[in-house]
Design a protein. Structure first.
Length: 466
């Protein structure tokens, strides 16, 4: 497998961890987090770029070599193994969705359906669902996805062509867009101004969310809700600098702090009927650079979505993609690539399972009138957790300053005046008023609690309580 020349927007220089979360390590599954991580005994020369679990329960893995492989389980005496199911695609895939045992795959030039109709273990039927967008030899011409729209359409995104050579001709108008593909192949632009939206997921309520990577006008990595007619802030070659006339300017649902994330990729909702433990309904997302998985929770205030992100699992090689299995376990596709950090080429798949017993840690942060509500996985000691001095709240935001990275500005340390404990929940009252368009770092210095930190994106301030 040769070295690939690819852009650093997905994967950049590897940076040290920025939080001591005490979360489970891939090489230390006995850590007291409530979750265990196991590295599957698979060949390291397969580099996972997308994954999905089929109706038959088998994990399908799209590789950077363009192959699609099935993971066959071991039997207790033999390890897991890859079985090649389709190949070789014209370019490495960055999106995969299972329909029964068929696989929909997003490649750089087309959305393709792969099927094994004769049941011999090989996908002999390839059907082009859509190739409505242009593709050139520029190595940035990726296509990401796939998410299901409420009407049954499929969402893909031919990523921005902002770095493409200007003299390349083509259908630029679909670059940097969220595109819905109907069953008849019709392509409809739903939203504009996306940069490199690598992770896509549909929630239980049908709302579609995607990650996008920081850089230039994108001052942080983001989790966004896909909304029709919205402009997500990043112009491709065919776009006006401020987006289409009449479009609605986006607000990220969750902004992920720059020290935690330079390259957020795969995204999935924990929809397992509680099999994944107390994180049911939350999102998990991949951060390549710092080798960990983050998680995020949503909070709706006055009809506006916002929420918080938290550390989750460290030391996972380089997470790119995630997929939940019917048994409630989480698969994480991970890799290192010489062109993205100068490390030896290798890949891995990890399996994350809930132990059945939650460990002390911060489960969820929500905004409330005058402060925040913190919910922990287990009851907290009221005599300790009621001390206001144990809580630290800082707020900041980002203003684009013309460079690739815009550091935080208007940083303020706030004062917690009261901490009211009720079982697993602590309600914090602040001396200062909450203000919108800020990220709030909330930390709880309570013994034995890991993780103990969250970053909350405040789009709407909760109204005063009556």
């Amino acid at each position: 497998m040769g070295t690939r020349r690819l852009n650093g927007v997905l994967l950049a220089l590897v940076l040290p961890l920025v939080f001591g979360s005490g979360v489970s390590r891939a090489d230390d599954p006995g850590s007291a987090t409530g979750y265990v991580v196991r590295k599957l005994l698979l060949p390291a020369d397969i580099l996972p770029s997308c994954m999905a679990v089929r109706a038959d329960g088998l994990l399908a893995v799209g590789s950077m070599d363009g192959d699609v492989l099935l993971v066959k389980p071991g039997d207790g005496t033999t390890p897991e193994r890859y079985e090649r199911w389709a190949g070789t695609l014209p370019h490495w895939p960055l999106g995969m969705l299972a329909e029964g045992n068929d696989l929909l795959v997003a490649t750089r030039g087309a959305l393709i359906r792969l099927a094994d109709r004769d049941g011999d273990g090989w996908a002999e039927r390839w059907t082009t669902v859509s190739d409505a967008w242009d593709v050139s030899q520029d190595h940035h011409d990726w296509t990401t996805g796939i998410a299901r729209w409420p009407d049954g359409g499929l969402i893909v995104s031919p990523v921005t062509d902002d770095v493409r050579t200007k003299d390349i001709k083509g259908r630029h108008y679909l670059r940097g867009k969220a595109v819905k593909i109907d069953a008849d192949g019709k392509a409809t632009v739903l939203a504009d101004g996306l940069r490199y939206p690598t992770g896509w997921a549909t929630g239980a309520d049908g709302k579609v969310f995607f990650t996008d990577n920081q850089g230039q006008q994108k001052t942080t990595c983001e989790i966004n809700q896909l909304q029709v007619g919205h402009w997500y802030g990043y112009a491709s070659q065919a776009d006006q600098p401020e987006g289409p006339l009449g479009s609605v300017r986006y607000q990220p649902v969750i902004r992920i702090p720059y020290p935690w994330a330079r390259s957020v990729n795969g995204l999935a909702f924990a929809r397992t009927g509680g099999k994944f433990g107390p994180l049911e309904g939350q999102m998990v997302l991949c951060e390549y650079n710092n080798r960990f998985i983050l998680r995020a929770s949503l909070d709706e205030v006055d009809g506006v979505l916002q929420g918080a992100c938290y550390p989750f699992l460290e030391h996972l090689l380089g997470p790119i993609c995630v997929a939940f299995a019917p048994d409630g376990s989480l698969y994480v596709g991970s890799l290192r690539e010489p062109a993205w950090g100068g490390e030896p080429e290798q890949g891995a798949v990890y399996k994350v399972t809930y132990t059945g017993k939650p460990a002390p840690g911060l489960q969820e942060v929500k905004a409330v009138s005058g402060g925040f509500s913190l919910t922990f996985f287990t009851d907290v000691d009221g005599s300790i957790a009621s001390e206001p001095a144990r809580y630290h709240v800082r707020r900041y935001h980002h203003v684009f300053q013309g460079a690739y990275h815009s550091p935080p500005v208007d940083e303020q340390t706030l004062t917690v005046s009261k901490a009211e404990v009720d079982g697993k929940t602590v309600r914090l009252k602040l001396n200062e008023s909450l203000i919108p368009d800020r990220i709030y770092e909330v930390r709880a210095d309570v013994p034995g609690v890991h993780p103990n930190i969250a970053h909350y994106t405040m789009n709407r301030v909760p109204p005063p309580e009556k």
